[in-house]
Write a protein that binds this ligand. Structure first.
Ligand code: GLC
Length: 816
């Protein structure tokens, strides 16, 4: 039962004592007349509820909710009434109850969990977060504040925190800027940004989440607000970090570390992880605006197979449709799509097609008619339909914030699914409208019953579109896993889709931007991400294309895509020399597939990011917080893509430990820089000592060949390291019923010889019987190898490499 508001005795703070803060805090909306900001006064009372407390200054209220021992949510109600407790990013099922206490002292209240103390100062309502040994991790610079918004009668809401002099900031989604956001000001308003530039902002996605690191410790702030939001990372004032919004509620989650990895895991625990994609979705994909007619699609597919370049998917961009009408076929270009898709499928290709949100205004078009009859399209404030021009000409747009509309939208995929389409690509869903950019602010949205204007719904429009797509496909494919990709996103979109970074450019600078964006997306919850390899607009030369392809191998999503007015962009389009290298690297992706799949599993099950910036690996070393070009792909592989033309060598920093250069197995000491040669057919790729890296034989597409055995590359260590390898059916949801296998390996070299142990979890058993184990980096050739106490022979393969065969259920191997 709720307790009554309890009056408490504190010295009231005069308004003037807070004034000092006002001119330190910037007014972000520069063209607005100055409106007085209101700050919280002193804490006068509090109220307990089952998940936390509501504190009041007599008029405004602040709710502090304990989400987990490490996550605390703070909400502000400027006039005492909180807005509806609803979030597209955080499903209620991700919020749990934990035990917590309230302690009151003369100066403050302290909400305590087992890990975090949230202090609310009585005198001025400043909030801070400390760990249990009293280290202040994050603290208000001024109390939360707001101003009346003359445009629509709501509030602009602000939070300003202290920034320490050594503090650096990561996260924030797809921003095309340096990894460390310190000194930057960013905004979130999903925007169609064709050929964007370095530092251009905003772009396509809204991820109002950042990680701060100071004195070696990390924490996160997730400002769950879908209106246009802004972040200032010590840009305007070197000692302050602010975030604010043009509407909605000041609601944020404080996420405790101390490691960046913990913060990202915990951010995933509230916003969700990506479901496990079908195995084919992590193969190589070939895309173009557009492959048509059918003969061209078939020809591209044929060339892949003739040239023995692996490929799992071919994309059809907008021209496959009849006059750009979604869910239709242009029968002139594709007279028998079902037959074409099934022929492609028997050659190992999945077909992925584009679906945009703009529905052509055409009374003879069934999708438009159904949408009209059921009032599924968005309307303006005066009740007229929202109309705008996109590819099909005049369009109306479904209101995806209405569950009924999402259900309908999901069902529209039926025909294409019956035709055999395996994956769907949702584009232009910022939403993009030619000429005016996006919808006008007065467009109305249902917003799950919490109705609002486009100001509130804009940033989640694309997310709700791809959610409708995903949910519909899940029903249509039944137990098969859908594959979806979206351009616009809001926090939590990972529950429904992969993403790509939109219309980039074929320049070396953009290759670098891509490496920054994918690292950033990965630590921002959107791990399944990729760039248009080669650059969407403009023309790469062979070298740029190939270097980008190399980075593509280590991009979670690997797809070549290019704009309609560019020259051919297939792996063979730049001549034989480049084709050879491109093939070698696409093959590398296929060899690494069981490792990559295991990394996807880690992200799904444990919320670990797929790409891990060096800062995340060694956050306690200040200079590593500034490095941008080395990153890990999962736990075992460190890469540093080549980002300059003609580059012959590169200085690469390797984190502490011992590393093996992938292409020749040379060993390198970690915790230092090395000069690494970068011939065109290699790139800096290093494997951590003690790793077990599973390897598939090269296949032309996933599942092409039955595995006779699984190759395991075991890297020498003089310490002790663990690895695991995940496997399942590859494209069903059976893993949700534990039909998978997770094999944990420990490689222990601490006693001067190598002991490899295995522990298997899960109910899935693979068809092969044996592992072929290759030892990498052994100082000398082993004199004896035993499996579970029985001696086994060393063998030589056709390339004269030594290996040995063990049963896949082995428990212990000793190599001496
Ligand atoms: C947008 C997309 C691009 C696509 C094009 C045509 O520009 O970002 O990937 O090829 O539209 O559909």
């Amino acid at each position: 039962m709720e307790e009554e508001l309890k009056p408490i005795a504190v010295e009231p703070t005069t308004e003037s004592s807070l004034e000092g803060d006002v001119h330190h805090v910037n007014n972000p909306v520069l063209d607005l007349p100055h409106i007085e900001k209101k700050y919280l006064g002193s804490v006068k009372s509090y109220l307990k509820h089952d998940k936390g407390y509501i504190f009041s200054d007599g008029s405004a209220k602040v709710e502090v909710t304990v989400v987990t021992d490490e996550i605390i949510r703070v909400r502000l109600a400027p006039k005492g009434s909180f807005l509806e407790d609803f979030s597209y990013a955080v499903p209620p099922s991700n919020l749990h109850s934990v035990l917590f206490d309230l302690e009151e002292s003369e100066d403050f209240f302290a909400v305590k969990t087992n890990t975090v103390i949230c202090k609310i100062k009585k005198q001025d309502f400043y909030i801070s977060f400390e760990d249990r040994i009293g280290k202040v991790v994050n603290a208000d610079y001024s109390s939360m504040h707001w101003e009346e918004n003359p445009d629509f009668g709501g509030y602009y809401v602000y939070c300003t925190k202290k920034a320490s002099s050594d503090e650096v900031f990561f996260g924030g989604g797809d921003k095309a800027t340096n990894l460390n956001l310190r000194g930057k000001r960013i905004q979130n308003w999903n925007s169609d940004t064709y050929s964007y530039a370095f530092n251009q902002d905003p772009l396509y996605k809204t991820i109002p989440f950042y990680i701060g690191v100071h004195e070696g410790d990390a924490y996160g702030i997730f400002f769950d607000n879908t209106f246009k939001t802004y972040f200032d990372f010590a840009a305007e004032n070197h000692d302050q970090t602010s975030f604010w919004s043009e509407g909605g509620e000041l609601q944020y989650y404080y996420i405790h570390g101390p490691h960046m990895m913990d913060v990202v895991k915990r951010y995933h625990s509230i916003t969700g992880t990506h479901y496990l994609p079908p195995m084919w979705a992590i193969g190589y994909h070939q895309c173009r605006w557009s492959y048509y007619p059918e003969t061209m699609v078939r020809d591209v597919a044929k060339q892949f197979r003739q040239r023995s370049i692996p490929c799992d998917a071919i994309y059809l961009d907008i021209d496959y449709m009849d006059g750009y009408r979604c869910f239709t076929w242009n029968k002139q270009y594709f007279p028998n799509p079902k037959k074409m898709i099934s022929d492609l499928a028997s050659d190992g290709f999945k077909t992925v097609v584009m679906i945009d949100p703009g529905i052509k205004v055409d009374d003879n078009y069934w999708v438009f008619k159904e949408g009209q009859e059921n009032k599924y399209f968005c309307r303006r404030g005066d009740d007229y339909f929202m109309e705008g021009f996109v590819w099909p000409g005049r369009c109306q747009f479904p209101d995806f914030t209405n569950p009924k509309v999402r259900e309908w939208w999901g069902s529209l995929y039926k025909g294409l699914v019956e035709d055999g389409v395996a994956g769907f690509w949702n584009d232009m869903n910022e939403p993009a409208v030619f000429g005016r950019g996006t919808f006008p602010d007065d467009v109305r949205h249902y917003y799950e019953g919490h109705r609002g204007s486009h100001r509130k719904a804009h940033n989640i429009y694309g997310m709700q579109m791809v959610r409708a797509t995903y949910d519909g496909l899940k029903k249509l494919y039944q137990n098969r896993r859908p594959f979806t990709i979206t351009r616009a996103a809001y926090s939590g979109t990972q529950r429904y889709s992969s993403v790509w970074t939109g219309d980039n450019v074929a320049t070396w600078e953009h290759l670098k931007i891509g490496t920054l964006q994918l690292q950033r997306l990965s630590v921002s919850g959107l791990s399944f991400c990729g760039t248009d390899i080669g650059g969407f607009t403009g023309e790469p030369d062979g070298e740029l294309f190939t270097r980008w392809m190399q980075f593509g191998v280590f991009s979670p999503f690997m797809r070549v895509h290019s704009a309609g007015d560019t020259r051919d962009r297939e792996p063979w389009s730049f001549g034989e020399d480049w084709e050879l290298i491109n093939r070698k690297f696409i093959e590398l992706r296929y060899k690494l597939l069981p490792y990559i799949y295991s990394v996807f599993w880690e992200q799904h099950k444990y919320g670990l990011p797929i790409l891990r910036p060096l800062a995340m690996l060694e956050q306690h070393i200040p200079k590593n917080l500034q490095r941008e070009e080395e990153f890990a792909f999962g736990d075992k592989i460190l890469v540093s893509p080549v980002l300059n033309p003609g580059q012959q060598e590169k200085i690469v920093y390797l984190p502490a430990g011992y590393w093996y250069y992938y292409f020749d197995n040379t060993g390198y000491e970690g915790a230092q820089e090395h000069v690494v040669h970068t011939p065109l057919d290699e790139m800096p790729v290093f494997i951590k000592h003690g790793s077990v890296i599973p390897e598939y034989p090269v296949m032309q597409y996933t599942g092409e060949k039955k595995l006779e055995h699984l190759k395991l590359n075991v890297y020498h260590t003089s310490g002790k390291e663990d690895s695991y390898v995940y496997a399942d059916h590859g494209d069903t949801f059976a893993y949700e019923q534990n039909i998978y296998s997770e094999k944990h390996f420990i490689v222990d070299g601490s006693q001067g010889f190598l002991v490899i142990t295995q522990h298997i979890e899960g109910l899935h058993s693979e068809r092969f019987d044996n592992y072929h184990i290759y030892l990498v980096g052994m100082p000398t050739l082993p004199t004896s190898v035993s499996q579970d106490g029985v001696d086994i022979e060393l063998q030589k393969d056709k390339q004269d490499n030594f290996f040995f065969v063990v049963e896949k259920e082995f428990r212990k191997i000793v190599v001496q």
